[in-house]
Design a binder for this molecule. Structure first.
Ligand code: DGL
Length: 266
């Protein structure tokens, strides 16, 4: 069983890919919808919340965890690994940076993320490790997460296109051919983002991490079988909004399987 967590709906962009790559695996997903967003909070708070999310997932019979949140990955990954040394825990930063480094042709890479992720410079650090010659332009995009959580996810939503144009202005002007969607919420509005930066390759960091997770699961002897895994969804606030937007994004009804938990107990 794979555990996946995010501050809310964003991790679904990683879950979708994990299911496509490993349909036989059971998945337990936690979205901290009662405390979203994480990306505008202090590092201390992000670490505290991430540990509680991890404690909740660890109360299931999990083989590995994906931190499907750029903000938690850039602030809390080391703490989580120290707390759970026997569980493989992968974040989205390294996988996302590797995917962007592979995709760029002109070596100009845009990085979009929450204020906290951009402030941590985690993607820049990793990209510089890969190749010192990349030109990197980063942009904090605080409006994107509330737009996703409130359902403005259509490629034609004017408000989302305007937010994208405003937030990504410097990246567009710099001529980046690759844009890291450094927050897992952002692939959910990839349609609107593409409209304002159509020539750039968009990097879905959750999808990149899902590929690395598949390798980990395979190395642990978890091979493809004919069974279809089950997904259990948990949230920390009213399930209705989550169900509605998740169903649209995943393209399937998930109405019966979302349970609310009290994350403060973990
Ligand atoms: N989806 C998350 C991320 O990848 C967090 C968004 C938020 O809670 O601010 O950064």
């Amino acid at each position: 069983m794979i555990g996946i967590f995010d501050s809310g709906l964003g991790g679904l962009s990683a879950l979708k890919e994990a299911r496509r790559l490993m349909p036989h695996e059971d998945i337990v997903y936690f979205g901290d919808t009662g405390r979203v967003p994480y990306g505008t909070r202090s590092r201390e708070t992000i670490i505290k919340y991430s540990l509680q999310d991890m404690n909740f997932l660890a109360s299931h019979n999990i083989d590995a965890v994906m931190v499907a949140c750029g903000t938690a990955s850039s602030n809390a990954l080391d703490t989580l690994r120290e707390a759970y040394p026997s569980i493989p825990i992968i974040g989205v930063i390294d996988a996302g940076a590797r995917a962007a480094a592979k995709a760029t042709k002109n070596n100009i890479i845009g990085i979009a993320g929450t204020p906290s992720t951009i402030g941590s410079r985690a993607f820049e650090t990793k990209l510089r490790e890969i190749n010192g010659d990349f030109e990197m332009i980063s942009a904090a995009c605080p409006l994107f997460v509330p737009l996703v959580e409130n359902g403005f996810i259509s490629p034609d939503d004017e408000i989302t296109k305007l937010a994208a144009k405003t937030h990504l202005k410097n990246i567009i002007e710099a001529g980046a051919d690759t844009l890291i969607l450094g927050c897992t919420h952002y692939p959910i509005i990839a349609g609107a983002i593409s409209r304002v930066i159509p020539y750039a390759t968009l990097i879905n960091v959750g999808a990149a991490a899902a590929e690395e997770l598949r390798e980990i699961m395979a190395s642990r002897g978890r091979v493809d079988t004919n069974r279809i895994g089950k997904v259990q969804y948990f949230v920390s606030d009213e399930p209705q909004g989550f169900e509605r937007i998740a169903s649209i994004f995943l393209g399937e009804e998930i109405t019966d399987s979302v349970a609310r938990i009290d994350i403060e107990k973990y």
